[in-house]
Write a protein that binds this ligand. Sequence first.
Ligand SMILES: Cc1cc2nc3c(=O)[nH]c(=O)nc-3n(C[C@H](O)[C@H](O)[C@H](O)COP(=O)(O)OP(=O)(O)OC[C@H]3O[C@@H](n4cnc5c(N)ncnc54)[C@H](O)[C@@H]3O)c2cc1C
Length: 304
Amino acid sequence: MQIESAVNYAKQYGLSINIIGGGSNVVLAEKLPGLTLLIRNQGIHYQGSEVTVGAGVVWHEVVLDTLAHDLSGLENLALIPGFAGAAPIQNIGAYGQELSNVLRSVRAYDSDRLCWVNFDRPACQFEYRHSTFRGSSRYIISSVTLTLNSVFHPIRDYPGITEELEKHKVASPGASDICDAVCRLRRTKLPDPDRYPNVGSFFKNPVISRDQYLRLREEYMDLTGWEQLDGSVKVSAAGIIDRLGLKGERLRGAQVSTQHSLVIVNQGSATFGDIEGLAKKIQDLVFRKLHIHLDIEPITLPFS
Ligand SMILES: Cc1cc2nc3c(=O)[nH]c(=O)nc-3n(C[C@H](O)[C@H](O)[C@H](O)COP(=O)(O)OP(=O)(O)OC[C@H]3O[C@@H](n4cnc5c(N)ncnc54)[C@H](O)[C@@H]3O)c2cc1C
């Protein structure tokens, strides 16, 4: 009801709409024109192995709650910041798992047609860090429904997980062991946004042709790439940024994290312009040296 009233208000006064969940993946301009909605719908409801979650529930709580209900499927997505309602926007993914593998449906209010809509998985048009919802405020998500596993199928062959399990002498891990391993890995690898404000990975891993990858490997022998099913190669954006010596690079208050080169941290005084400027500097250098365009992963608001 509140979502409908808010949209009606925006329409009545000719205001554009911005939507914010936990705010962990948005780079905000100094001024945000229009009406900004903070989505806070709560509740986690189970029906067998199906779980429906309010858009305002903290994502990591969803992971822990489902594990406590002996349902697996989200353990590799542990500790991703933000709320459940934002999870479909960029099809969150980590450590070999993506939301699209477990999502059953999304309920959203269509602020153009002024009606409620249910999206099944194909209608979400999920891709790597992309969905039909990304890039506009048309659909305001109120809940997501997931289909989880009552029988555990581990995804453990992702770099880092096997080593982490071995280090802790876990021979036959359960879903909670994977969740713990992922949490430990994330805590050591990524700068904590509470201490070093950041939006996580700033660039998507670019996907290039195999020919281009092999040519680049002649010069950059240590360039990490993962072959895709269609023969193309997904290249590590962090590896590229590292290789070009950009780790620690600064533009006034914005800095490429010295802990993880895919992360841009606000050293306290960074403006929207500083972040944009540093990102552009990186994109330009990467393009000049490798002929690869790095796409930005977080969302800049307002939408341009
Ligand atoms: C340290 C760190 C690590 C991260 N690691 C990962 C990772 O491993 N994998 C990964 O995929 N992402 C990662 N992220 C990105 C981020 O956690 C996800 O994108 C997350 O889903 C954002 O949730 P949020 O609630 O904070 O969204 P917000 O930042 O508030 O919003 C993100 C986008 O979603 C839209 N949106 C939010 N809620 C709704 C809603 N209810 N309805 C419609 N639109 C909505 C917003 O308009 C905006 O466009 C990381 C971020 C940080 C800071």
